[in-house]
Design a protein around this ligand. Structure first.
Ligand SMILES: Nc1ncnc2c1ncn2[C@@H]1O[C@H](COP(=O)(O)OP(=O)(O)OP(=O)(O)O)[C@@H](O)[C@H]1O
Length: 259
């Protein structure tokens, strides 16, 4: 059953869980007087897709930026494979970031670079010592994974919204991250393309055994890809359960998201 605040389900209550890969404990983050995260707790397990629901301004993006170390929380722990992200040195953070892929809402592709150059970028950024042949193979494999091998020499401006999202996903996957953070993966796409992206996310998750935190307002996307849904409200994990559990909740604050 979906639970709210006080009687939150423990992770053990959910079936088929792998080992914890992200453990967030007592996270607090404020900007001036604006307290965004207030004793937020969450555990994400291996091969689990956790979708974060919440109103605009609830703190969903702040949460994933804290996980990847782009924002520093005021207090609390964010353990990624046992490393406490807020306490890492820049070099250690860079090492942990190679395990975390981040798919931005706006794709964040470089308009002046070809698809190939965009995909090579993370390999160069993380100083990975690879031969040109290996780089070529990695780019081909990443594009093949998203069904876009023939776009390798195209510019982003020549691609549709769905194709851009696939290329961005290929770039996220090129370092074979163990965790992927998705910020609104289907926003701005038509319903058919959105469902194709959902299927691709699930297919690649199974292939590479990744774990994910997904921010989404697209309830079809939530239904399709969530193993678990949490509701971020007033800085806390207000509800935690499967899509069906939350969808059938009698709690008015939860119901709003499923109407
Ligand atoms: N760098 C920052 N400096 C100051 N305030 C910030 C900063 N980043 C986020 N905030 C504030 O934190 C709060 C949460 O923002 P956040 O972007 O996480 O919301 P969200 O839940 O992702 O919303 P949306 O669904 O609209 O994207 C907002 O009040 C926002 O103004």
């Amino acid at each position: 059953m979906a639970t709210a605040a006080k009687d939150e389900l423990s992770p053990e209550d959910h079936v088929a869980k792998g080992a914890p890969v992200i453990v967030i404990e007592h996270l607090f983050k404020k900007f001036g007087k604006n307290v965004v995260l207030k004793d937020f707790n969450l555990t994400v397990h291996q091969e689990e897709n956790v979708v974060v629901l919440g109103k605009s301004g609830a703190g969903k993006s702040v949460l994933i930026k804290c996980v990847i170390g782009l924002l520093k929380p005021d207090s609390g722990k964010i353990l990624v494979f046992g490393d406490n992200v807020p306490g890492l040195s820049p070099d250690e953070l860079d090492r942990v970031r190679t395990k975390i892929g981040f798919l931005f809402q706006a794709n964040a592709l470089y308009d002046s670079m070809t698809v190939r150059e965009n995909l090579e970028f993370p390999l160069r950024r993380h100083w990975i010592d690879l031969t040109p042949k290996q780089v070529n193979q990695m780019v081909s494999e990443a594009l093949e994974n998203v069904g876009l091998k023939n776009t390798v020499d195209m510019m982003p401006a020549e691609l549709s919204g769905g194709m851009l999202k696939r290329v961005a996903l290929a770039r996220t996957l090129i370092l074979k991250p163990e965790i992927i953070l998705y910020d609104e993966p289907t926003t701005g796409l038509d319903p058919v393309t959105s469902r194709e992206i959902d299927s691709l996310i699930l297919k690649l998750q199974k292939k590479y055994h990744t774990s994910s935190i997904v921010i989404s307002h697209d309830m079809n996307c939530v239904k399709n890809i969530a193993d678990r849904v949490i509701l971020l409200l007033e800085g806390k994990c207000y509800a935690d359960g499967t899509y069906d559990e939350l969808a059938h909740s009698a709690d008015e604050k939860i119901k709003q998201f499923f109407e």
